[in-house]
Design a protein. Sequence first.
Lengths: 244, 244
Amino acid sequence: MNENSLIYKTLSDTPLFKGQDSSFLSRMAESAVTLRCEKGKVLFVHDEQAERFYVIRHGWIKLFRETLDGAQAVIDITTTGDTFGETALFQNNLYPYSAEAVESSEVISLPLHLLNTEIDTNPQFTKSFLFSIAKEKDRQDKEIEHASIQNAPQRICCFLLRLTDQSNKGKTIIHLPYDKMFIAAKLGMQAETFSRALKKLKTDTGIRVKGSSIEVDNVEQLSNYACQACSFEFPCKDIKRKAS
Amino acid sequence: MNENSLIYKTLSDTPLFKGQDSSFLSRMAESAVTLRCEKGKVLFVHDEQAERFYVIRHGWIKLFRETLDGAQAVIDITTTGDTFGETALFQNNLYPYSAEAVESSEVISLPLHLLNTEIDTNPQFTKSFLFSIAKEKDRQDKEIEHASIQNAPQRICCFLLRLTDQSNKGKTIIHLPYDKMFIAAKLGMQAETFSRALKKLKTDTGIRVKGSSIEVDNVEQLSNYACQACSFEFPCKDIKRKAS
DNA sequence: CGAGGGTTTGAAGTGCATCAAATAGTGTGG
DNA sequence: CCACACTATTTGATGCACTTCAAACCCTCG
């Protein structure tokens, strides 16, 4: 398979473009540029003029904003199959956050104006985009609730649950997808708090932490621990990663 | 003007329907039912099957969810011109939150299936819906940041700023739109915390609180106080109420 | 092996929540 | 127009969760 059809395949696998007609996807693929980024590489910064948006081939990209007094708010940590930067379309073509690789990654960059044209001329895509954003919004909605109602160990527990195959209630091993530092940031807590909260989670639920992998004897016990402080029943399927 | 054309006018003034063609709006207006609700009236509850969505004629409606252990997360407090319940379309026709009047209010109820049909057949509306949800999502995005980065007095200050005419930097009087209790809930803090934080804001910025109206000598000073802990420049126009 | 970042631990401080009670405000019926 | 009932708001005292600062440890990679 050549580079171009690889890109085509990646695009057609993303939620945003799934089921779209091939002429549109081909046009996209033709304008695509593949970028390799080292850890720490900044793809764009908040409020910068936006010309392109991105699809992740592999790796992890942190989306964040910085305040005047130096604090950082992590919007999301995205991975393979996720798109980012496309919502600049709705923000006067300014990026609504900054994007930085937290692992060495490979991303596809695409012109925003193609999306714009498509919204004006392809109702099927517009509808698909609408559903995709609505899903995003729903996910966010739940995150607001989690942040305000769950305590630190529960938030970690909830995060772990979303990494498991939720249909399996029994024993399983979870691999943390990236540094604990970044998980802490994504969950809106300090690295120290994360460390201590994970320890508490260990004594409360009997999970075993070995570096970046975590052994769980009973997934259901985890869900009892986290989901009592949540308005959604487990499995909270809608909050799973966009790519799924 | 008869009831029907009053409804038509209300609809055409909401962000979601602004600029839509009149045949669509007329069809909507014909299926509309006006409801008067007393304070405390519950319009629907979370996860209930959704048949209709709502537009507020006047009053205040609280959107919220409750957790298994009894805590309540306030999603939003909406008012005149706002729509709610329409996102059930993207949630398998289940309401994603509960809705309750916090003041006696008047709302228009409309069948969800009309929206659904329109999305399938009216690209212009679909596009408008897309932009409307994207704006909502953006607003939410900022609220996540605020909740995680600003402290209680800053959050209140930010809330007050959004009630002012942001082009006027000088003296002004702000009227709180609803009970302090509900403002506290919307900002994710306890009533007691709200009271104390407002007092601190008073000593820090020199505002004067008299019941539900607040005198401000210098709007710019308020923005310095709140916006240094925010990644958005003042005036943060995009976070203003949906209706504006 | 040594440097540097990630992670853990300890000690101390801060902010918000909670519980309890006083006070202010509002609407009611008399 | 007043007294009462009820709710909203404020205040005080206390506790807990998370943060902050500091230092140790650990792991990986040149």
